[in-house]
Design a protein around this ligand. Sequence first.
Ligand SMILES: Cc1cc2nc3c(=O)[nH]c(=O)nc-3n(C[C@H](O)[C@H](O)[C@H](O)COP(=O)(O)OP(=O)(O)OC[C@H]3O[C@@H](n4cnc5c(N)ncnc54)[C@H](O)[C@@H]3O)c2cc1C
Ligand code: SF4
Ligand code: SF4
Ligand code: SF4
Length: 504
Amino acid sequence: MRITVESKNDALIAYNILEKRIINSGFCTLCGACEAACPTSALHINGEKVNRLHDCSKDLDLCPICYEICPHSEALLLRSLSFVADAPIKNEALGYYRKIVLAQAVDSKLREQSHGGAVVTSLLKYGIETKFFDSAIVSQSEPENPAKPKPSVALVPDDILSAIGSKFFPSSVAKAYGKAVYGHGKTDIAFVGVPCHVLALRKMEAWQHKIIDNLKITIGLFCFGTFSLSSLLEYITKKYKIKPSDIKRLRLSSKFEVQTENDVIQIPLPEIKEHILPSCRTCTDFTSELADISVGGAYPLKDWSTVIIRTKAGEDFFYEAVKNGVINTWVIEQEPKVFERIVVAAMQKRTEALKEAKEMEKVYGYLPVLLLRETDALAHIKIEEIMAKNIKTVPQDMTVSQFLDFVAIHHHIGYPVINEKGEPVGWVTLEEASSVAKKKRDATLVGQIARRKLVVAYPDETALDAFKRMSENETGRVLIFDRENPKKLMGVVTKRDLMHTLTK
Ligand SMILES: Cc1cc2nc3c(=O)[nH]c(=O)nc-3n(C[C@H](O)[C@H](O)[C@H](O)COP(=O)(O)OP(=O)(O)OC[C@H]3O[C@@H](n4cnc5c(N)ncnc54)[C@H](O)[C@@H]3O)c2cc1C
Ligand code: SF4
Ligand code: SF4
Ligand code: SF4
């Protein structure tokens, strides 16, 4: 591994590290958190770059803020996770949550304009109208370039309605949050952003930055990545002869859809993959795991969104909107395909990001994205203290179709597979099951697709032993057996359990 050596001065003035590791390395996603949080107003996003307006080291001997609160630095990650860690469900792919439901705006006109169920717009409109919050941070479109997000402070329902729909380019929403606090004096702010935006705000919360006291609720969007504005628009202009000002709307489904006044072109996603920002390639969070409420698509259902409710504040607000007739809900357990798609997308994003991160570590000498690293703290915890007991198992003669329905009800990703004597003989996950062709799912048994090699640990070993075994075997979980009776399954430990332990 390459080691990056920073000078003493670099470590004292965070901007030096931020510039070297994040800005100049191309990892910045322009969230604007550093600008909002800087105590000397030294930073300013202009165009597609963070600029330094003056040398803050002339005023300060020490300031760690901008690097620590940047969502792409390794600082404060576990502390940020602790804000959602009291939720009852700990899911390997989707993070902590209380409930997952399908939802849509009752107002069908809003649904037509959005890319999903218009749940975010309906919640924000309801919150402003009922004075649950006094403003909301949204991303409208620049009038002269509709593809370009315009981060804004929404003060009235019309501001919210004009931000409906997804913009697939970076939006400096954390900067707009700073403007809501300092410029508008707002004290109860709703915030909408993609996972790295939400992480930036949680890091400010972990840092106990004074502006975070004004945050009322965070709504996170699911996110596969954002594109570089200049690079993708240049490509579309060159290849498809469409000027940015002619773009009326961009839409993402299985293809990237560019709509103009008279035409719609569909671009296959692999064709524009290289225009995705570098940070997105190592980003492990698909579903905004740190938000109070996360919202994403509900494919294959049209006009519906998937809503993951993570915190008590999120739950109270969401169900108040439901009770007041703004939002319709539907049970996700009745739609196993929706659950399957989200979990598989989240797992794939994480797996690909970790692979990419390992490659990048060789080049850059440090790895900002991992929540979980080998740490001495894990050596002081016994597996028996943290393992999940009474785990659900599945029989090896269960069909893949039955298994997928079972997963949608029980919400875990992986299960031990047992034989007719009740002995564990393998391990099966939703990812493996969903890769079985749809028409073969009724005739394929989980015993046929289960991984036969079990990664094993014992209750008297340490959490660090479990973590090392996961890393050696490139798996996210170990099965815990009784030392005296090697066929007796005692529990399971996942990477999520280890992270949960560390947040405490
Ligand atoms: C870059 C990006 C990638 C996404 N990728 C996926 C994906 O792979 N799978 C998936 O299921 N869902 C994805 N989503 C989420 C999805 O597109 C919808 O935003 C989400 O389902 C909410 O739908 P809605 O109808 O409730 O939102 P709406 O009611 O239409 O409200 C959308 C809200 O999103 C905000 N917003 C729009 N663009 C941005 C932006 N760039 N940054 C911050 N806030 C923004 C607006 O302010 C608006 O308030 C992505 C969203 C974005 C912005
Ligand atoms: S003063 Fe601002 S730019 Fe300088 S290190 Fe602190 S936060 Fe960063
Ligand atoms: S805090 Fe946001 S804007 Fe600042 S460097 Fe990090 S990603 Fe970029
Ligand atoms: S993929 Fe991750 S880093 Fe990229 S925009 Fe989405 S949340 Fe941010």
